[in-house]
Design a protein around this ligand. Structure first.
Ligand code: PSV
Ligand code: MN
Ligand code: MN
Length: 424
């Protein structure tokens, strides 16, 4: 299904008066509104192919119906999101869940939907049907060289698919680690992993980046071989200039100061990309901004400050992606909410008075520093984000259009009620 442009315009038209009133107010309130609007229009967040179906937990899964049954349908779903918000112009694939049978056709379909291919994700955390050796005791860290070889070859195959589609990055997330003390020789596991990553790195095309994603725990519950940003940075540094650390917000131990991690990785030129989500307990993969919006703001504040300090382009110099999915919402509605939360927070970070903040910091004026940040965080920027979306051709209220157009009902009619998207 598609949502025609004129439909979106009709809905926008109905809301125009109220929108204009709110926009005039905020434009009056903030400095450089036009510049912020342009930055918002440029900013795109990739959607992971595995978030389009209802996520499950290990206790069960409650499918919502109309889920995409193929890569083509996943692309169509993201096309719908992008038509509504004009900020989801990229898809991130996971191999082997999304093997493109015919890369040219897939590329053409993505282009029709205004999408490009963001980072490719490899998968050595599951055994696949017909696979020769098991990853039960790890992949790139494995004591058996043949298992390591299999994992390396899989990653090289993922790069090949990515090249065919025009992607320029590989994200490696390893579940490697151990479940009990004594199970693993830590240094050997590190060395084996580094050696395996080096062999994958050697197969990277010149214009590609490799993102090394860390995660504190799960599925291993005693140690993880790429367990935190220190370890990821160590691998990325040893690998070379095309390797970077990838920060997934849910992959930290509770209360970690993620904004500080981001600031230092940026300083070192080693921040590669982001997986946005939110969490209360662990890697909960909840809707972005649903639990700790102030933390998200503080992270964006460091991103904007650090990227500006290094002369980086906000829109293109980092890999931005959502990594969220769960059990109880319509996945497409959830993704609209996540993208909206990201845009709102980015806008708030853009309007923080950085000059005043710097002065307050140099004067040790703790109260002023807090006031400056919270003034930005407490600004209602919804009209700015909506305006940017409308100027780009999207809807003032994407979620409302999604519901009024009965998108899910139509997808269920087309695809059926009992559908299972490939992925987790
Ligand atoms: C692991 O928890 C992770 O965050 C990695 O990014 C994976 O690729 C993704 O989830 C999907 O399993
Ligand atoms: Mn992730
Ligand atoms: Mn995760």
């Amino acid at each position: 299904m598609t949502i025609e442009k004129y439909k979106i315009e009709e809905y926008n038209h109905q809301l125009m008066q109220e929108h204009q009133r709110k926009l005039d107010f905020i434009k009056d309130e903030v400095n450089g509104a036009e510049e912020i609007l342009q930055k918002l229009m440029d900013f795109q967040v990739a959607i992971p192919s595995w978030a389009l179906g209802t996520g499950g937990t290990r206790f069960g899964r409650f499918g919502g119906g109309g889920e995409p049954r193929s890569l083509e349908e996943k692309i169509e779903d993201i096309g719908l999101l992008h038509a509504l918000n004009q900020s989801s112009g990229a898809i991130s694939l996971h191999i082997p869940w999304d093997i493109p049978e015919n890369a040219n056709n897939i590329k053409a379909l993505a282009a029709q939907n205004g999408l490009r291919f963001d980072a490719m994700n490899s998968n050595t955390f599951q055994d696949q049907p017909g696979q020769q050796l098991s990853y039960k005791f790890g992949s790139m860290q494995h004591v058996d060289k043949a298992v390591r070889r299999q994992a390396i070859e899989h990653n090289i195959e993922v790069i090949k698919y990515g090249v065919e589609l025009g992607s320029t990055a590989l994200t490696v997330w390893l579940s490697d680690g151990s479940c009990f003390p004594g199970q693993l020789h830590f240094r050997r596991a590190f060395q084996n992993t580094l050696d395996s990553l080096q062999q994958v790195y050697a197969a990277l095309p010149d214009n590609w980046k490799m993102f090394v994603e860390y995660k504190a725990f799960e599925p291993n519950f005693y140690s993880t071989t790429v367990g935190d940003w220190g370890q990821s940075l160590l691998y990325a540094t040893r690998l070379g200039e095309k390797a970077y650390t990838l920060v997934d917000l849910g992959h930290h131990l509770p209360n970690a100061n993620i904004e500080q991690i981001v600031a230092l990785l940026l300083m070192e030129g080693k921040l590669g990309g982001f997986h946005f989500n939110d969490s209360k307990y662990g890697d909960d993969d909840l809707t972005v901004g649903s639990i700790k919006p102030y933390q998200l703001f503080l992270i964006f504040n460091e991103l904007v400050e650090g990227m500006d300090a290094r002369g980086m382009n906000h829109a293109t110099d980092l890999g931005w992606m959502i990594d969220a999915s769960h059990n109880v919402k319509d996945p497409l509605e959830d993704l609209l909410q996540s993208v909206e939360a990201i845009m709102l927070t980015y806008a708030q970070a853009l309007l923080a008075d950085r000059k005043m903040l710097n002065e307050a910091q140099l004067q040790n004026d703790v109260v002023a520093a807090q006031e400056i940040l919270q003034a930005a965080f407490r600004t209602d920027v919804r009209a700015l984000v909506a305006e940017a979306r409308m100027r780009a051709g999207g809807a003032l209220k994407p979620l409302a259009v999604y519901r009024k157009e009965k998108v899910r009902e139509n997808l269920i009619k087309q695809r059926g009620l009992k559908t299972v998207a490939t992925g987790l």
